[in-house]
Design a protein around this ligand. Structure first.
Ligand SMILES: [Zn+2]
Length: 257
C-alpha cells in the first residue's frame, strides 16, 4: 500500500531528537512521498537539508506562511522565496494563504502576499498549498481569478463548510484531509463524502493535529494511516482503495513529486 503525506513539517524542531527514526517509521507505514511546505526564511535551511538527505521521499515546497507575513519584513521574506524558486526546483508554491485566527491586523498584507504567490504559481507553473484559517471565503475570493487563468492547488487541512468545499472543488482545486477527520465532533468525513473523490488528498500537518488515538500528542507522517482508514470508513471504501485514489490525486496535482 502506497500513501502520500501532502503536508508535513518534518524539519520542525519537534523532530530534532529522532528525525531519522521518525522517517523510517513513515517508510514502514507505506509513505512513498512526503511534501514539506516552507514557513519562512528560518525554515528554509532545515527543509533543504532534509530534501537533500532524502531526495526521493522528502520533497520541498517554497512559499511564505501567512502567520509570517509581518509589516517589517514581509517583502524581504517574499524576495527570498522568489530567489529560491528561480534557482532550485520545487514541487509547489507554499504554504501561503490567510490566517485571521491568530492575527487580523495583518489582513491586508496577508492578502497582498497571497496575491503575489498566486502570480508565482502561473510564472513557475506550480500548484499551490493554501493555509486558510478563519479566512476561507477571503482565500477563495483572491484565488478564483487565478484559478480561471490556470492556477491549481489544495486547501490544506480543510476546515470550512460543505458549501466552501464544493466551491473549491468546482474550481478544480483540492481539499487536504488531515487528522481532524478522526475527531468525534468533526464534520469533515461527511463533507468528504459529498465532494468528488478525485479532489481529496491525505495529509498529516505533522507535528500538529495528530489523529486519534494520538490526539494532542506530536503528529508524524506514519500516522497518516489513521487518516486514510477513517476517510475509508466515511466513504465506505477499503483502505487500499482510498490509498490508491488519494495517491493518484496527489500525483495529478503535484506532478513534480
Ligand atoms: Zn503547514
Amino acid at each position: 500500500m502506497e500513501i502520500i503525506d501532502t503536508h508535513a513539517h518534518l524539519y520542525s524542531a519537534e523532530f530534532d531528537s529522532d528525525r531519522d527514526a521518525m522517517i523510517e517509521r513513515a517508510v514502514k507505514a507505506g509513505l512513498t512521498k512526503i511534501l514539506m511546505p516552507n514557513i519562512d526564511s528560518e525554515s528554509i535551511d532545515g527543509m533543504m537539508a532534509l530534501a537533500e538527505k532524502y531526495p526521493e521521499l522528502c520533497r520541498p515546497s517554497m512559499g511564505l506562511h501567512p502567520c509570517s507575513v509581518q509589516p517589517e519584513n514581509w517583502k524581504a521574506e517574499l524576495d527570498l522565496c522568489y530567489s529560491w524558486l528561480r534557482k532550485h526546483p520545487f514541487v509547489a508554491i507554499g504554504e501561503c494563504g490567510m490566517d485571521l485566527y491568530w492575527d487580523q491586523s495583518t489582513k491586508e498584507i496577508q492578502a497582498e502576499a497571497l496575491e503575489i504567490q498566486c502570480s508565482w504559481a502561473l510564472e513557475f507553473d506550480l500548484p499551490m498549498i493554501i493555509h486558510s484559517r478563519n479566512a476561507t471565503p477571503e482565500c477563495i475570493e483572491i484565488i478564483r481569478p487565478w484559478a480561471k487563468k490556470g492556477a491549481k492547488g489544495v486547501f490544506h487541512c480543510f476546515s470550512g463548510t460543505l458549501e466552501e468545499a464544493l466551491e473549491i472543488t468546482s474550481m478544480g482545486w483540492y481539499l487536504g484531509i488531515g487528522g481532524v477527520i478522526t475527531f468525534k465532533k468533526s464534520d469533515l468525513g461527511s463533507i468528504a463524502k459529498q465532494v468528488d473523490g478525485k479532489y481529496l488528498l491525505l495529509e498529516t500537518d505533522a507535528p500538529y493535529l495528530a489523529p486519534v488515538p494520538y490526539r494532542g500528542k506530536r503528529n508524524e507522517s506514519s500516522y497518516l494511516a489513521y487518516v486514510n482508514e477513517t476517510l475509508g470508513e466515511h466513504l465506505l471504501a477499503g483502505r487500499r482503495e482510498i490509498a490508491k485514489t488519494t495517491t493518484d490525486n496527489a500525483k495529478r496535482l503535484f506532478s513534480g513529486l
